[in-house]
Ligand binder design. Sequence first.
Ligand code: ADP
Ligand code: MG
Length: 365
Amino acid sequence: MEASQNILVQGIPDNVSEDVAALFRSRILNAANKFIDETNLNKFSITVTTASKITNFNENDSTKFTENNNQRQNYDLTVEERADKYKAVQPLFDFEQLVITEQVKDDLLLAVDLIQLESKVFDDWGLRQIEPFPRTALNFYGSPGTGKTLSAHAIASKIQRPILAASYAQIESMYHGEGPKNLEAIFLAAERDNALLFIDEADSLLSKRLTNVTQGSEQAINSMRSQLLICLEQFSGVVIFCTNLVENYDKAFETRVRHVRFLMPDFTCRREIWKRHLPNKLPLSCDVSLEILAQVEDVCGRDIKNAVIDGAMRVARKGKQIVELSDLLESIERIKSARINVTESKKLSPQVREQISQQLKSAIA
Ligand SMILES: Nc1ncnc2c1ncn2[C@@H]1O[C@H](COP(=O)(O)OP(=O)(O)O)[C@@H](O)[C@H]1O
Ligand SMILES: [Mg+2]
């Protein structure tokens, strides 16, 4: 019985690192498969929560196993059939919408030029003889909301190609052996559509491959990473990865990937981002000053966008007709503090991370 096709693992919190999460999923799958084989039970759930919560357990907010027939069908698909599911789209943004420092802009444009010149220099001029694996891919890294996705679209616009975007979570599968197939399919689809391939949340994909592999689950993670190397080698288009923070890049990727760092916007960039996010039609009070708005520090482009939306919605809800400076300032401060609280709670010390990892490992060993 292909029991793993019926199993869904959900509810792993964001602050658990991808490696630990992937190990957890895979090991739980192994254990559940054995259990199903021995008992023939094919519908059951496992809850991980505190003792006090167990009595009023809400099945939506915990680790859960359910039947999933769609996935059962997916399992049998070939790589080509999987590729049919991925379609490139026209880019949604262009360079004009992107506000970044000249330095980052130069980095981006240089990277694009280099990628476009690759075939000439490495193939026509024979440089592949001295460097068989040129840096054909980009990795955008930096804090969330700083314009990485926007930039991937802007580059696609610039090189006049559609963009095929997928996140690591979509590619990785809870079913053994499917992750590498999905990865292969996505590269195939990008090649087919002559698209720029954008792989978001790729932290786990670009991390160091695990050594001393003892479990099938660890093997599964390594196979994804090995498959990526194969795909990168065969792919002749542009691929952009996006990561938040990778502490331990795999050496093999380091040599193939060109990194571009996205920083939180400085005063000048913030001023410009505010300006571009205040549409002409928005009824603004004359006290709204870009200089004052831009003085709010430690906010990213996404915070600014959300503050404009939040501010305008609150004004409309109060029945007011005009958005004042204080409305925008209140919204940005609210969004900023909410973001900082979330970020702080995600910043686990290495000791705490190690502790969580050990607890998870021993719980599922
Ligand atoms: N550098 C920037 N220039 C202009 N707008 C930005 C910038 N960074 C973020 N934004 C705004 O925030 C939104 C989300 O940014 P996004 O590119 O998705 O961030 P990331 O991918 O880095 O998390 C964008 O669609 C845009 O409205
Ligand atoms: Mg993004």
